[in-house]
Ligand binder design. Structure first.
Ligand SMILES: Cc1ncc(COP(=O)(O)O)c(C=O)c1O
Length: 482
């Protein structure tokens, strides 16, 4: 056995050691993918708000926000202080028997702002667990007689088996033993009605699970009125509506929850990510008294759905402090206002550089830029197209190349969407200031102004000089079946 690394040694550990340990012991494929975008060259030292400072004092602006988990940015002082205070007083952090007062108060506070009469909360540690709890809750309302759910194409509700069963992402689902469900196009309420109108189907279906705005599908905003229509379809057919607000919740789209835009009250609301203010890992499944009583009303059922770490005091204290910030700083209004300016600025960039961007879409600060792969035709003469599959690879990695260039040239951290390769995610923390948003817009403007040749040449050369091309070929093949 080699000497164990001391926790005190970690801050001074060279980056190369971290990368190598990740490669050896955690996820070699992920390391290669990140090397392709030169993310592994960044040596973060500290992070505050939207800014990550590197060991060589460079500033990196975070436009990923950990996929929506950092609505308050990195290390929000009020959230950090709440956790520090709790730990410094040596309070009980973990004990189910001693009922955490922080869990109790967080539940009380959240139930005041959740839609309608949703006032019963189950706390867990992540999004997928919160989805699992929602699915179990709904299925149990029908005494297990209805094990199926309707879910949308390109959705993401989590990667554990239950949540994955009702997630419409073929690449994530492959080779797993999943529960059967009904997949429908997102935004098409008639398709849901059609499935439920068939009596044989309906008798097996406990509910419909949807994201109010699909995130990983590439920021897909459904037609106005869609959620209300789905709500009334669910009521008419006697099934439950589960809304997954893991990504859209906590002010991201310009309201506390995205379902507030259409005043829709789900039967079950699922939260995680920014619920913990970027510091705690916490998820919540929220339902009405009636739904809870139907599923778990009998006292002897009180241990059927629990989680060892769920509702621990530190996580709940962080969430309580975060909730105060969302409300007191009116971050919903801020996200709405800054989002409008951001989309307008990005649309100006789109017009200024024709051919690059197919669409800019967003609600609040949940924004996606869909690129047009046809721009690659302009760079045909510079491409080493004799390399098998290169054209397809480039087509599916255009936003990836843009993200890598934004990082290298402008110090902007960006990334793609899990279920849509053509969209660049624009998810800044909601506390970001206008100047930082302007910087993103002017950097993208500058980058696109350099033309596709520069971008492609740099990225392809980098891929050829690393293990990246082989990796991308297999990745693209797996994605497209080619
Ligand atoms: C909408 C949505 N639901 C569920 C999940 C799963 O959350 P977690 O990664 O915390 O399990 C995600 C994660 O990105 C998500 O975006």
């Amino acid at each position: 056995m080699t000497a164990m690394i001391k926790v005190t040694e970690v801050p001074n550990q060279p980056r190369s050691k971290t990368v190598e340990l990740f490669r050896q012991h955690i996820n070699p494929g992920l390391v290669t993918l990140l090397e392709m975008g030169e993310y592994t060259t960044i040596e973060p030292l500290r992070a505050e708000g939207a800014v990550i400072t590197t060991t060589d004092t460079k500033k990196i602006l975070d436009f990923v926000s950990s996929y929506g988990a950092l609505n308050l940015g990195h290390n929000h002082p009020k959230v950090s202080a709440a956790v520090r205070e709790l730990l410094s007083c040596q309070r009980v952090d973990l004990s189910k028997e001693l009922l955490s007062p922080y869990a109790a108060c967080l539940a009380g506070n959240l139930s005041q702002i959740t839609p309608g009469d949703l006032n019963k909360l189950y706390f867990c540690n992540s999004g997928t667990e919160a989805t699992e709890a929602a699915l179990k809750l709904a299925a149990r309302c029908f005494k297990g007689q209805r094990p199926r759910f309707i879910y949308a194409e390109n959705s993401l509700h989590g990667k554990t088996l239950g949540a994955l069963s009702f997630t419409g992402a073929p690449r994530l689902r492959e080779h797993f033993p999943l529960l059967p469900g009904f997949e429908v196009p997102f935004g098409d309420s008639q398709a849901i009605d059609d499935v439920l109108t068939d009596k044989n189907n309906r008798e097996q279906i406990a509910g419909v699970i949807l994201e109010p705005i699909q995130g990983e599908a590439g920021v897909i905003i459904p037609p106005a009125g869609y959620l209300q229509e789905v709500r009334s379809i669910c009521d008419r057919h006697g099934v439950l509506l589960i809304l997954d607000e893991i990504q859209t919740g906590m002010c991201r789209t310009g309201t506390m929850f995205a379902c507030n835009h259409e005043q829709v009250i789900p039967d079950i609301l699922v939260l995680a990510k920014s619920l913990g203010g970027g510091i705690a890992s916490i998820g919540a499944t929220v339902c009405s008294e009636h739904v809870f009583a139907t599923a778990y009303g009998n006292p002897h059922e009180c241990l059927v759905q629990t989680s060892t770490f769920g509702g621990r005091s530190t996580a709940c204290a962080a969430a309580m402090a975060a909730l105060e910030v969302y409300i007191n700083d009116d971050l919903a209004e801020r996200a709405e206002r800054l989002g409008r300016t951001m989309v307008k600025g990005l649309k100006q960039v789109q017009q200024k550089h024709p051919g690059w961007i197919r669409e800019v879409r967003g609600r609040g600060l949940m924004i996606g830029i869909e690129f047009d792969e046809n721009i690659l035709n302009q760079a045909k003469s510079y491409l080493p197209l004799h390399i098998p599959g290169l054209k397809n690879i480039l087509r599916e990695h255009l936003p990836g190349m843009v993200a890598a260039a934004l990082l290298k040239q402008f110090g902007i951290l960006g990334t793609l969407m899990l279920n849509n390769r053509s969209v660049l995610r624009v998810y800044p923390p909601l506390i970001i200031d206008e100047k930082e948003l302007d910087y993103f817009i002017s950097s993208l403007d500058d980058l696109l102004g350099q033309g596709p040749k520069e971008l492609i040449k740099t990225r392809v050369n980098h891929a050829l000089s690393s293990a990246g091309l082989k990796f991308l070929t297999s990745w693209t093949g797996a994605l497209t079946g080619r």
